[in-house]
Design a protein around this ligand. Sequence first.
Ligand code: 0PR
Length: 385
Amino acid sequence: MEDKPISKQEILKELDNLQSMDLKYSDGRILGSMCTEAHPFAKEIYFKFLDSNLGDPGLFKGTKKTEDMVIEDIGRLLSADKVFGNMVTGGTEANIMAIRAARNYARKYKGIKNGEIIIPESAHFSFKKAADMMDLKIIEAELNEDYKINVESIKYNISDNTIAIVAIAGTTELGLIDPIEEISQISLENNIFFHVDAAFGGFSIPFLKNCGYDFPEFDFSLPGVCSITVDPHKMGLAPIPAGCILFRKKEYLDVMAIDSPYLTIKSQSTIVGTRLGAASAATYGIMKYLGKEGYTKLAKELMYNTYFFKSGLEKIGYIVIAEPELNIVAFNHPKIETHELADILKSYGWRVSVASCPLSIRVVLMNHIKKKHLNELLTDLKEIF
Ligand code: 0PR
């Protein structure tokens, strides 16, 4: 820190310079991000609520209402009349909360001390963070040839120490949906906590389903599903940091409640204390503003772009790894190694991400990637060969 104050003008000049080093979503070159530019109306609301703190909700009762209403509304989207949960910083924190609830529940009711969680090989790395923090053992269930979790492998790995099973609705690398209905059944039969990570898919599957897309059940309509992660800051067009964790029963929040005697609430179940009310208010506002109609239109448009890109790739000799279920396309070319292809694309100015399972270039077709960007990308991909 400097000794003397610096003028706003000078600071803003420096910050503008620094910001000019950032990539902009609107350039359409960021191909591997599940986040996108927040809706302008959501940004407007965000600034209004910047000072409100959900960590002490008695002081910010109105903002707390926005959190409760977002949770309730998303719960209804996911087939539950009543759910219990919080707005959090994103999928990582939501997944950590789910695993913490499962761990505490199993400790309380089953006396499990050395817990194990079964996750698919395709799970987001946040589960490894959760396991590391809570000293849990991770067991990775194998994937089938279609890159979805192998249900037999889950069954095989269940033990007396299993505290949770995890499945994904919209995998990070390929956007695929695990066979959640079958896993719900297995969880019920074995009395094991079942968490669904729908950080990416939660804000599009319900809308696509409503307009005729054929998806299997993945939400609270399945009796074995105990908790769901959904991120408004991915497909919900809400500003970062906006994630949600939803629980079927209040008890899952209660088993991880810590006393907070001097606050306006007596206990906290969230990991974070001071929590940004702005993301909650902005999420509430943008959900009202867009409504089911707006989100359906968005999800449909992104699926059209997905199919357009997939067929464009195939026409010029690329191999698409899996039939897209959501708006992610992963591909390779038979004549070139994936990292080499990624480097070439980078030299053309594209910011691609390389998926690991299987090794491929992965494009997440978010709202900032328009048809014109896809046409430019396809032209460049064609030119490489
Ligand atoms: N669950 C799933 C299925 C995810 O895909 C992700 C993140 C998470 C949980 C964790 O969410 P948070 O990052 O909100 O904690 N998926 C993206 C990924 O790792 C996140 C991302 C977003 C990465 C934008 C890069 C980027 O530019 O690929």
